[in-house]
Design a protein around this ligand. Structure first.
Ligand SMILES: [Zn+2]
Length: 132
């Protein structure tokens, strides 16, 4: 078995009202995302072209780039809509844990890639790991 690890990133603003005063304020992160794919077969010594992974995964990750991520039940949604501000509405509080599960499931559902693990870091010192 061969594992391939691919790193991506996106910049986004958010707030998480469920995670204390600091995280409840509007702020932003560079989200570092690491995806691990597990392959059991190779063709001529190659599992998959790294560029082919990028073609499928990058659009999913970059969908959130330079956007404000907001929980659909956050009262900010109404204000952002009234101001015609672009944002990304999500069905959960935008914690790193929820983002990890969400992105993992999107990649699994929307691509043919054998993703087995995702890691998301909002800060230099903290990393969230999700494995199915
Ligand atoms: Zn945050």
């Amino acid at each position: 078995m061969i594992k391939i690890e691919k790193k991506y990133y996106f910049y986004a603003g958010h707030r998480n009202k469920e995670a204390g005063i600091k995280c409840g304020r509007l702020h932003g992160h560079t989200y570092d995302v690491k995806c691990v794919f597990e392959f059991t077969e190779m063709n001529n010594g190659v599992t998959v072209l790294f560029g082919d992974i990028d073609k499928e995964v990058e659009p999913i990750i970059k969908h959130y780039d330079h956007h404000f991520l907001v929980y659909e039940e956050d009262p900010l949604v109404e204000a952002l809509e009234a101001m015609k501000e672009p944002f990304r509405k999500l069905p959960f509080e935008t914690s790193a844990e929820n983002m990890a599960i969400w992105l993992f499931n999107r990649i699994k559902r929307e691509t043919e890639l054998p993703i087995v693990r995702i890691e998301i870091a909002e800060t230099k010192s903290s990393n969230v790991i999700y494995e199915e």
